[in-house]
Design a protein around this ligand. Structure first.
Ligand SMILES: Cc1ncc(COP(=O)(O)O)c(C=O)c1O
Length: 418
C-alpha cells in the first residue's frame, strides 16, 4: 500500500502480455497451433483428458448440457447464490433450473439440499466453486452417482483450487472456467471446458468449429482495457484518480467501478446469435493464456497468503462473519467475502480508511424476478446476498496492506456497531 489506498481488485494482465497479444493480433494465424498448445497445457494442469476453448463459461455450460443430452422437461440443480447467466442457460434447452441453498458462510452448494432436490427428471448438478472455494465434492459425487446425475463443475472463480489435493475441474463429469480480465487468470476474453468424456469433447469441438473467430477489434479493446486496469491500480495513479472517483461516485449514490465491469441482468429468450457466430478463439487469447498459466501458481499463491492472513486476523471481530470452507477444500481466495448486517455502512467506514470494497455480482437467483417461474426459498443464499461484502485479496497486495486492512476492518466494525 503506497499512499494509503487499497483498490478492490487488480488485474493479473501485464504489459508484457499486452505486447504478446498485440503481436499475435497484428499477424494472421496460426490460430489452431497456439490454441492447441494452450488446450494441451491447460488439460494437463487440471488433469483432464480434454480441454476445449469456448467463448464464454455460460456458453460452455450450455454446450456441456446439450452434449450430455439435457433437454426439454429435464431438471438441472444449481446453487441459488450464483451468477445470473448460469441458470439463464438452462431454460434455453427446455430444461428447468432447480435452485438449492448454499452454506451461509461457505457460499457453496449444500450437499443435503442437493440430495433433497433430486427428482426423476434431474439430469445434472452444477456445483459452483464460488469465490475460489471448492464445494464439498465427496458427498456431492456420492449423491450424484447414486441417482445417476451428471456433475458439471463451475470453476469460473476457482481455476487452480484443489479439493483433497485434486484440482477442481477434475472432480466431476465435466467443468467450465472463464478467463475475463477480472478473473485470476485471463485470456482477454474467453473460457474453457474440460472433460474426460471423448464424445462430449468431440461434440463441443464440432459445434465450436462452425463459428467464426473472435473479432480482433474486440480483443484489441480488451487488451487496452486490461492495460488501463493495470495502470489504474498502480498505487500513485490509483490514489490520484480512481480512489477519488470512487469516493465521489459513492457520495452521489453510484459505484463507477461496479457499473463499468458489471453486466445487466437480463432474461435470455434464446441463445444470443453472437455466441455461435464467433465461437472460435484466436491465437492472441491462447498466447496470453499460456503465459498466464505459467504465472498462475504464483498469482494464486499470493491470494492464498493474503486470504489466510485475513482469515486469522478477522476471525473474532464483533458483528463480522468470516468465510468458512468445506473440509478438504483448498481455496484460492478469488474473493474474501465477509458478512455484516450493516454492510453498506461498513463499506463506507472502510472507504474512509482507504480500503475499497464491493458487493460483487452474485445474486440470490432463487428469489430473483428473472427466474420467477423457478422461484424457491433458499434462506442462506438470500441472507448472504443481503449482507455480503468483498474485501480486497488480490495478488498485488503487500503484507502491510493486509495488516492495514485487518486493523481498518476492526476499527470500521467498532464504528458501525452490530
Ligand atoms: C460463478 C460464475 N459462473 C459463470 C460465470 C459466467 O462466465 P462468462 O462471463 O464467461 O460466461 C461467471 C462470471 O463471472 C461466474 O462468476
Amino acid at each position: 500500500m503506497a499512499f494509503g489506498k487499497i483498490p478492490r481488485f487488480s488485474p493479473s494482465f501485464s504489459p508484457k502480455e499486452a505486447l504478446l497479444s498485440a503481436r499475435h493480433l497484428l499477424r494472421d494465424g496460426p490460430d489452431d497451433e497456439v490454441i492447441g498448445k494452450f488446450e494441451r497445457e491447460f488439460k494437463s494442469y487440471i488433469g483432464a483428458r480434454h480441454a476445449v476453448m469456448v467463448p464464454s463459461a455460460r456458453y460452455g455450460l450450455y454446450l456441456l448440457l446439450e452434449a450430455l443430452g439435457v433437454g426439454p422437461g429435464d431438471e438441472v440443480i444449481v446453487p441459488a447464490l450464483t451468477y445470473f447467466a448460469v441458470p439463464a442457460m438452462i431454460p434455453l434447452l427446455g430444461a428447468r433450473p432447480v435452485f438449492v441453498d448454499v452454506g451461509l458462510t461457505s457460499h457453496v452448494l449444500d450437499p443435503a439440499a442437493f440430495e433433497a432436490a433430486i427428482k426423476p427428471r434431474t439430469k445434472a448438478v452444477v456445483p459452483t466453486h464460488l469465490f475460489g472455494t471448492p464445494c464439498d465434492m465427496d458427498p456431492i459425487r456420492t449423491i450424484a452417482n447414486k441417482h445417476g446425475v451428471k456433475v458439471i463443475e463451475d470453476c469460473a472463480q476457482s481455476t487452480g483450487a484443489r479439493y483433497k489435493q485434486v484440482r477442481v475441474g477434475n472432480l466431476g463429469d465435466a467443468a467450465y472456467y472463464t478467463f475475463g480480465l477480472t478473473k485470476n487468470m485471463t485470456t482477454l476474453s474467453g473460457a474453457m471446458i474440460s472433460t474426460d468424456d471423448d464424445g462430449v469433447a468431440e461434440r463441443i469441438r464440432a459445434t465450436i468449429r462452425q463459428g467464426g473467430r473472435t473479432p480482433k477489434g474486440k480483443l484489441a479493446k480488451e487488451a487496452a482495457t486490461g492495460l488501463a486496469m493495470y495502470a489504474a491500480t498502480h498505487p500513485l495513479l490509483y490514489w490520484a484518480t480512481v480512489h477519488p472517483a470512487v469516493v465521489l461516485g459513492n457520495k452521489l449514490g453510484q459505484d463507477p467501478i461496479h457499473e463499468r465491469f458489471g453486466e445487466a441482468e437480463v432474461r435470455y429468450d434464446k441463445l444470443p446469435g453472437s455466441y455461435t457466430a464467433t465461437s472460435q478463439a484466436r491465437a492472441a487469447q491462447a498466447a496470453v493464456g499460456l503465459h498466464q498459466l505459467n504465472r498462475l501458481e504464483a498469482l494464486n499463491g499470493a491470494r492464498i497468503r493474503n486470504g489466510r492472513k485475513l482469515d486469522q486476523g478477522l476471525a473474532h471481530v464483533p458483528g463480522l462473519a468470516v468465510p468458512s470452507y468445506p473440509e478438504g477444500a483448498e481455496p484460492i481466495y478469488m474473493s474474501f467475502v465477509v458478512h455484516h448486517e450493516r454492510r453498506d455502512e461498513l463499506a463506507r467506514a472502510l472507504r474512509k480508511r482507504g480500503v475499497d470494497t464491493t458487493v460483487g455480482y452474485m445474486s440470490d437467483c432463487a428469489s430473483n424476478p428473472l427466474f420467477a417461474e423457478f422461484a424457491a426459498t433458499c434462506p442462506n443464499a438470500r441472507r448472504a446476498f443481503e449482507t455480503l461484502l468483498h474485501l480486497p485479496v488480490h495478488p498485488n497486495l503487500a503484507e502491510r496492506d493486509v495488516t492495514h486492512m485487518i486493523e481498518a476492518t476492526r476499527q470500521a466494525c467498532l464504528e458501525v456497531g452490530r
